[in-house]
Design a binder for this molecule. Structure first.
Ligand SMILES: [Zn+2]
Length: 385
């Protein structure tokens, strides 16, 4: 692997929090992260005694010759759990009557390999040709991260120490997954709300390790590379300086992070969270930055939930520098949080222009969204009802 963006293993206060490791009945890895170090030392993970079918073979990758983009065909995902009732939730802790994906009776944060992965199981270096008609195993790894044992919570309901545990788990996973053979990019994300295709209500996110660099990341790398050649400067730093100077779209700025609605936001709600210094990924954040991020992120989610009378569906997407792309050093870690909600009862649907052409037509100005979010963040009871 390259040294440009190797996983950060720092000593002392900035060291990444390590999990307690266990295996599930079908061999998948399950990791327990705790809010307090003392819990970690006393915890012995219970065995998973379920009878589980063998893991599926990996999906297949095909390349679209018109765009050069890879598509993963994961037929086994058709059988996955879809909005189960709470008493069949696979992410709740196990109890005397029921065994779930998490064998423990209680947990803080768990990460485990997805039973119905889009990428994996298996990771190895792969040579793929651009010849038409070829297919390849869609290797990589897909993980589920549960933010807590309480089925009824959402991320915005978590307390600050728990949010920090989640940030630490994301950082530890980014470091470890980036070091796996064949993994090109690690993507942590959360889909919240049945309106945007969530299949489980239990508060959780996902971590994808792709065997290629994703299309939107390639576009960003291309822009950043051109900007460097033309100006000698880093693109995201210039974006940040531009937004801070303009001021009208800034939602919040702390010592370590800036939260803003981007100048050309494509979605009715779109917020970016960018570290004030150049850092490639979550694994590269210092302990102080991770603490601040937990704070900033919780406030943002509560603000988003305060925009309307009911919780707003969102996609929270962590853009991280790819593992070994030649221009990876130009890409700065950032969050893009988007929601299609454009009014109390209205969602923006990606129709012809957006879905077919990737050409967005927006109906809310970014300055308006930023002003609404600033007001929502200032509301002390911003938590979702
Ligand atoms: Zn649950």
């Amino acid at each position: 692997m390259s040294t440009m963006n190797s996983p950060t293993e720092t000593a002392g206060a900035d060291a990444l929090r390590q999990p307690v490791r266990a295996r599930m009945a079908d061999g998948r890895e399950l990791l327990y992260f705790f809010d307090h170090p003392g819990q970690h030392e006393d915890f012995v993970p219970p065995a998973d005694l379920r009878e589980l079918p063998e893991r599926p073979s990996p999906a297949r990758l095909r390349r679209d010759p018109l765009t050069g983009e890879w598509v993963s065909f994961a037929a086994h995902r058709q059988g996955r759990t879809h909005l189960p009732p709470a008493d069949e939730c696979p992410l709740c802790p196990s109890g005397p009557e029921r065994s779930t994906e998490v064998a423990a009776a209680q947990y803080d944060v768990v990460v485990f390999e997805n039973r119905f992965p889009s990428f994996g199981p298996g990771q190895q270096e792969q040579q793929r040709s651009e010849a038409m008609g070829e297919t390849y195993p869609a290797e990589g790894r897909c993980e589920v991260i549960a933010f807590g044992a309480d089925h009824g919570d959402s991320f915005a309901d978590l307390d600050v120490p728990r949010a920090r545990t989640v940030v630490d788990a994301w950082a530890q996973r980014t470091a470890e997954l980036s070091a796996l053979p064949g993994v090109e990019q690690v993507f942590a994300f959360e889909n919240r709300g049945a309106q945007i295709g969530v299949t489980l209500h239990h508060p959780h996110g996902q971590i994808y390790s792709y065997p290629y660099v994703t299309p939107r990341t390639l576009t960003q790398l291309d822009q950043a590379q051109r900007h460097r050649e033309e100006t000698g400067r880093n693109l995201m730093q210039d974006v940040l300086d531009f937004e801070v100077a303009a001021g009208t779209r800034i939602v919040e700025r702390t010592e370590y992070f800036t939260v803003f609605v981007p100048f050309a936001a494509r979605m009715p709600v779109e917020v970016h969270v960018v570290p004030n210094r150049h850092v490639a990924d979550l694994a590269g954040l210092t302990a102080r930055e991770r603490s601040d991020l937990a704070d900033v992120y919780l406030r943002l989610l509560r603000g988003v939930d305060a925009l309307y009378a009911t919780p707003t569906p969102y996609i929270a997407a962590w853009f991280q520098a790819p593992v070994r792309h030649p221009a990876a050093g130009e890409l700065r870690l950032h969050l893009q949080l988007t929601s299609p909600r454009r009014a109390e009862e209205k969602l923006k649907y990606l129709a012809g222009s957006e879905a077919a052409m990737g050409a967005f037509i927006a109906d809310v100005t970014p300055e308006t969204t930023a002003a609404r979010l600033r007001a929502a963040l200032a509301t002390p009871t911003g938590a979702s009802a």
